[in-house]
Design a protein around this ligand. Structure first.
Ligand code: PEP
Length: 259
């Protein structure tokens, strides 16, 4: 893995979650556009997460660029009688560096529990990849004043039992569910508040140095026009981008906003 810290600073990470969009040919065409349009010099580590069926072709299309490959989901067993699942062994084999785990769409639409997300995160780490662990509250939970408690509960379950070496590679993405795909992003100060709470929770459970090096991404309607304000917050270390990652122009503008 690329070290996630540059000197004393956490290296920004901008990840594009392509969700269930694009054929193999369309995914590869987007990679070619990204290769042509990404800033030649950037502090950011850039990651793309296509659908499973496009991973091998996107891996090949990324040759010669520093853009890293992520999957959007994984099952925690490496192999066995689990029809229809894709495990960490297969994702490593196809060249993934990262795997998104616990995305709210997985939790809400496919019933993933906190414990499932923890198992997935540890399976990803055990196979030499880095999990991007998504946490975030619903609008109802925010309005009931429970946002922080929900996020802390999800975080504790996902990070439980990680060794120091594993912890150094894990990434957290704070994605308030009410902001995903809605065009309503969290105010930068609200994002900063939650990111600081996440880091504080990690500091008390796992120690100050782990907390200081953990990258915490923000996700939820990140666009070129709000990226700089969000990424300018001291505890926001990058972005997990859905809709705006599907076009090279908007995704590259967000990467540029990371500096
Ligand atoms: C996401 O899917 O993780 C996401 C943040 O989507 P969007 O940027 O479209 O809100």
């Amino acid at each position: 893995m690329t070290p996630n810290v540059m000197g004393a600073q956490r290296r920004p990470l901008i990840a594009g979650n392509w969700k269930l969009f694009k054929t193999v040919a369309e995914s590869c065409a987007l990679v070619q556009e990204l290769k042509a349009q990404l800033p030649a010099v950037t502090r950011a580590e850039v990651v793309v997460a296509p659908v499973f069926t496009a991973l091998a072709s996107v891996r090949a299309a990324l040759a010669g660029s520093s853009v890293r490959l992520s999957a959007q989901n994984v099952y925690w067993e490496a192999q066995g009688a689990f029809t229809g699942e894709v495990g960490p062994l297969q994702l490593r084999d196809v060249g993934c560096d990262y795997v998104i785990v616990g995305h709210s769409e997985r939790r809400q639409l496919f019933g993933e529990s906190d414990a499932d997300v923890g198992r997935k995160a540890r399976a990803v780490l055990a196979h030499g990849m880095a999990p991007i662990v998504c946490v975030g509250e619903t609008l109802a939970e925010r309005e009931a004043g429970k946002a922080e408690a929900v996020v802390v509960r999800q975080l504790v379950a996902a990070l439980a039992g990680m060794t120091d070496a594993e912890f150094a590679n894990a990434v957290v993405a704070y994605e308030p569910i009410w902001a995903i795909g809605t065009g309503k992003n969290a105010a930068p100060s609200d994002a900063q508040h939650m990111h600081a709470a996440i880091r504080g929770c990690v500091a008390s459970a796992h120690g100050q140095s782990r907390a200081a090096s953990l990258r915490v991404l923000y996700g939820g309607s990140v666009k070129p026009d709000n990226a700089a304000a969000l990424l300018g917050q001291s505890d926001v270390d990058g972005a997990l981008v859905g809709g705006a990652s599907l076009a090279a122009g908007s995704f590259c503008a967000i990467v540029a906003a990371a500096g």
